[in-house]
Write a new protein. Structure first.
Length: 343
């Protein structure tokens, strides 16, 4: 065999072996930055570009962890931390305001290999709730810690507590004022108040960030972080820190992170329901996600969406709103970034 032919043969053999290796060791990540009334007409070209750039940054950061052989848990934490540090999304620095003008943050993370999980709810002085949720999973005997207790645990773990006003943003504060103007016209104990709350725009009731990932070892993970609901009261907690509702992962089925009107996602156990349909009914993640988001939730007013990845590296991103900030990448799929429902 002459040299040129040998070179071609070697090149072909390398490409084939690389293709086989990729098929044998899938890895993937998907992220979201919240679903809701997200309409293209309300974006300037500059704003849209900025949102897409941040989503790209987050998914690429998580993918890099996977590509280098890192764990899905680390990829999820890395991607979500990028989103928590951005004021564009309702988590971390972009968290919405509670009724009394402060910020209460929630987060959870789950390991699909052993169903270990960690969650925090109602924390006010922790810069990265997803990182604290990871510490709860790794270094405590509990699954969920809340409020002051969660922050005491954070201090024991060496986490520096910050001032609550670190999460202040002008546009979130304006949203609070608009919400309170509508809510204060009704008494807190009246049916009119409930009606006023239900009449608030969907954007006031949802907004979360999350990530799901499959690593080269075949392990799944999911995580979710949020600032909750604009003008929430009484220490309200949504689905983001609730294992099975906003976050779920197990290697026998899939990994899910949810975003939407949390009360519905809690009541219908959305994240684990999707994985149960995959596990027990042999549904694909596309089928299971569509059924739960569009056939279970949508008819009863449950607005939102989920991101899903399975053990083969397949990705699904269903939602029933006008948009969902989302991105994904795998060893067989190039980087995808979407915002609106027609892309």
């Amino acid at each position: 065999m002459n040299t040129p032919l040998l070179a071609i043969f070697a090149s072909s053999l390398f490409a084939l072996s690389h293709s086989v290796l990729a098929a044998e060791t899938p890895f993937a990540i998907a992220i979201h930055g919240g679903a809701g009334t997200i309409e293209k007409a309300k974006f300037t070209p500059e704003q849209e570009k900025a949102y897409r750039a941040k989503l790209t940054e987050a998914v690429e950061a998580g993918y890099k962890v996977l590509d280098q052989g890192g764990e899905s848990l680390d990829a999820v934490t890395t991607a979500i931390t990028v989103l928590e540090q951005s004021t564009y999304f309702n988590a971390g620095r972009g968290a919405v305001y509670t009724y009394d003008g402060s910020h209460e943050l929630d987060a959870s993370i789950m390991d699909g290999q052993n169903r270990e999980a960690g969650a925090v709810a109602g924390v006010k002085h922790v810069e990265s709730p997803i990182s604290l949720a990871r510490l709860v999973m790794d270094n405590s005997v509990h699954v969920m810690l809340s409020g002051q207790g969660a922050e005491e645990f954070a201090k024991e773990q060496g986490v520096e507590l910050i001032e609550n006003n670190l999460f202040d943003t002008e546009f979130r504060y304006k949203a609070l004022l608009k919400a309170k103007q509508k809510l204060d016209k009704a008494k807190a104990t009246s049916k009119e108040y409930q009606a006023a709350h239900k009449a608030l725009p969907d954007s006031y009731k949802m907004g979360t960030v999350g990530a799901v990932a499959l690593d080269k070892n075949g392990n799944l993970a999911a995580g979710t972080s949020t600032g909750g609901m604009t003008a929430k009261r009484y220490g309200r907690i949504g689905d983001a820190p609730v294992i099975g509702a906003g976050t779920f992962a197990e290697n026998a089925s899939c990994a899910v992170s949810a975003t939407g009107h949390g009360e519905y996602f809690i009541r219908y156990n959305v994240a684990s329901d999707i994985c149960a349909r995959v596990k027990y009914q042999n549904k694909t993640i596309e089928q299971a996600g569509d059924e739960v988001i569009n056939k279970v939730l949508a008819p009863i007013g449950g607005t939102g969406g989920v991101i899903i990845v399975d053990t083969k590296g397949n990705i699904s991103l269903p939602f029933n709103t006008s948009g969902m900030y989302r991105a994904s990448k795998s060893n067989t799929q190039a980087t995808y970034v979407g915002i609106f429902n027609d892309e």
